[in-house]
Design a protein around this ligand. Structure first.
Ligand code: FPP
Length: 248
């Protein structure tokens, strides 16, 4: 562990927008898919490091609901990489006590990939370490609309009193039910956007942007992000003085 990091003040939930695979490849006159392949290696490194550091929850934006609009060949290549990743990493998830999870519209995914996902979710379901969540065919607005629809259906059927719908009930209707909100969001490649990722859940997250492209993001870059996170004061709408008076 980096001596400049306080192990007690690491984020409990880290969310990552892994961006810049295409630009990484372009800068090297390589095909975009080579950038994605290199991006998968980074995923392996970061998953392993977060699990080793005792991070409770790691959520990676691997494929957005809008990414289906990319050229067919790129979508196909990404799906193949995803399948290979899940298949190849299940053993390592077992070794590292990692529980696997997916959020997003799984019904949009090719059936063979969905089966692979279910098999890994089932195999790792008894693990007690980090929860690794991949956001696949995920869009936060779609997630919130679907939550609203679920609650409205329950209310219309007389099973739910509309007056009882509060933040907790809404949060419990999202894909992320049971997962604490992210404390830190990292986005690579210099873009400063949230891009329809966890809009509800990121309400109080610290945001960290780095110019490094995802294939070049490594342990050292992760430590840099954690050091930056530890230097911030999270006030959740309160004053610094009030925070000083809270029980530790
Ligand atoms: C952004 O790069 C990245 C993605 C669209 C997907 C992220 C995918 C991976 C890291 C590989 C597959 C993941 C797993 C978990 C197996 P970009 O193509 O948008 O880059 P650009 O903005 O430079 O074009």
């Amino acid at each position: 562990m980096d001596k400049r990091l306080d192990p007690k003040k690491l984020p409990q939930h880290l969310a990552v927008i892994m961006d810049g695979n295409g630009r990484w490849a372009k800068q090297r006159m390589l095909r975009r898919i080579v950038g994605h392949q290199k991006g998968v290696e980074t995923v392996r490194v970061i998953v392993e490091e977060c699990s080793r550091l005792g991070i409770g929850y790691l959520t990676l934006f691997a494929f957005s609901a809008e990414n289906w609009l990319r050229p067919k060949a790129e979508v196909k290549a990404l799906m193949t990489l995803l399948k290979q990743y899940i298949r190849a990493e299940t053993g390592r998830m077992m070794q590292n006590d990692i529980r696997f999870n997916v959020i997003g519209n799984r019904g949009d995914l090719p059936p063979d990939i969905d089966r692979e996902i279910q098999s890994t979710i089932d195999k790792t379901s008894g693990n007690k370490g980090m929860l690794l969540t991949l956001a696949l065919s995920y869009g936060s607005r779609q997630e919130m609309v679907s939550a609203a629809r679920k609650l409205a259906t329950e209310a219309a059927a007389g099973r739910l009193d509309p007056a009882s719908i509060d933040e907790r009930a809404f949060g419990a209707s999202l894909f992320t039910v049971g997962i604490p909100d992210p404390d830190l969001l990292i986005r690579t490649s210099g873009e400063m956007r949230i891009s329809n990722f966890l809009l509800w859940q990121l309400a109080y997250a610290e945001l960290y942007f780095t110019d490094v492209n995802w294939p070049d993001f490594d342990r050292e870059e992760l430590m840099r992000a954690f050091r930056d996170f530890q230097s911030r004061e999270r006030r959740f709408g309160m004053t610094s003085e009030q925070l000083g008076q809270l029980p530790a």
